[in-house]
Write a new protein. Structure first.
Length: 339
């Protein structure tokens, strides 16, 4: 089978390509330029090191339209975005998948730590966590549709990061000891990026009782749960509790105010079934680094209400909530508000 590996030049995507080649597939490397052209040079070196053909596709405009503008617009509205979810949805498994098909590839592969499988009983492709719990990236993939999952391979789904590096060392790959990539691939300093792209104005910092206790430099530069960089000396730890775009106020107070038991999310995407039951028990994650927590999901039209068994800290509008049953991804959506 001809497989296009979305090659960044990092250890995960390079080992993914190597594994597929060793399995007998016809493998080509496919690299997108989304912000920094140097990634293409690095990826070409990786492709040459394992002896596969390599192609480059310039997706800077698509990335600007679908990821960077979304990123900036979310902050401008007082939300905290999740650009990796949008990149996976529209770029890696969207524009790049189309480019791979034009090159004759039947499937694409990435270095994500996740698994995809087809279940006859459901007649659906399901998404599972990667075996390496510390590296599992299924959270960022919940928005993928059936047609995207059907054409996707995750060669590292059963691998640990330690074994991936070991494989790279054994193969003599230059990327074997490479450091982990940064979280936001298109900005070393996202505050600097925002400063040149979003509208903002200074405003009041207010506590939960409505007392003005300081001023902020612009709402896009803050996020719920933030403690450092507030410029407020209250004699006790102070956290961002809420961002009020309508009044241009930053609401701060004690950490206890950060805990909420419920949230509303939408739009949502479901993988395990086209439509989930009106009520469903799940384990839910409110951000990538959060521990999954037991909750009840209730559907209300296109929206989903999530009621946690225990209050969760810093539920943040704009982030994704992802639902799991065992190691399967039920689906997920964008958090609209905490309740």
């Amino acid at each position: 089978m001809k497989v296009a590996v979305l090659l960044s030049g990092g250890v995960d995507s390079t080992v993914s390509a190597l594994l597929l080649k060793e399995q007998g597939h016809e493998v080509i490397g496919l690299t997108m330029i989304n912000f920094d052209e140097s990634v293409a040079v690095k990826a070409k070196e990786a492709a040459d090191s394992i002896g596969i053909k390599h192609s480059v596709i310039d997706l800077r405009q698509q990335f600007e339209d679908k990821v960077i503008k979304y990123f900036c617009n979310a902050y401008e509205k007082g939300n905290t975005p999740n650009p990796c979810v949008e990149c996976n949805r529209f770029i890696k498994f969207g524009a790049l998948l189309s480019a791979a098909q034009e090159l004759g590839a039947e499937k694409v592969a990435t270095g994500h730590y996740a698994r995809v499988e087809y279940v006859d009983g459901r007649k659906r492709y399901l998404l599972r966590k990667g075996t390496d719990e510390k590296k599992d990236q299924s959270y960022f993939l919940y928005a993928l549709k059936q047609e995207q999952l059907a054409r996707t391979i995750f060669p590292l789904g059963e691998w640990t990061k330690e074994n991936v590096r070991k494989k790279a060392v054994e193969a003599g790959l230059k990327v074997a000891r490479e450091r982990e990539s940064q979280e936001i691939c298109f900005a070393e300093d996202h505050m600097e990026l925002l400063a040149g792209r979003v509208k903002f104005a200074p405003g009041d910092v207010v506590d939960m009782r409505g007392n003005v206790i300081g001023s902020h430099k612009g709402l896009p530069f803050y996020t719920v749960g933030q403690r450092k960089g507030l410029g407020i000396s209250g004699g006790r730890p102070i956290y961002v509790i809420r961002i009020d775009e309508d009044s241009n106020q930053l609401i701060v107070d004690d950490e206890a105010y950060l805990f909420n038991r419920s949230l509303l999310a939408g739009p949502n995407n479901f993988i395990m079934a086209e439509k989930i039951p009106d009520k469903m028990r799940v384990m839910a994650k409110i951000r990538y680094r959060a521990q999954p927590a037991p909750a009840t999901v209730s559907t209300d039209g296109d929206l989903v209400r999530v009621d946690f068994d225990q209050p969760q800290r810093a539920i943040t509008a704009g982030q994704s909530v992802v639902f799991y049953q065992n190691d399967y991804v039920v689906g997920g959506g964008i958090i609209i508000k905490a309740m």
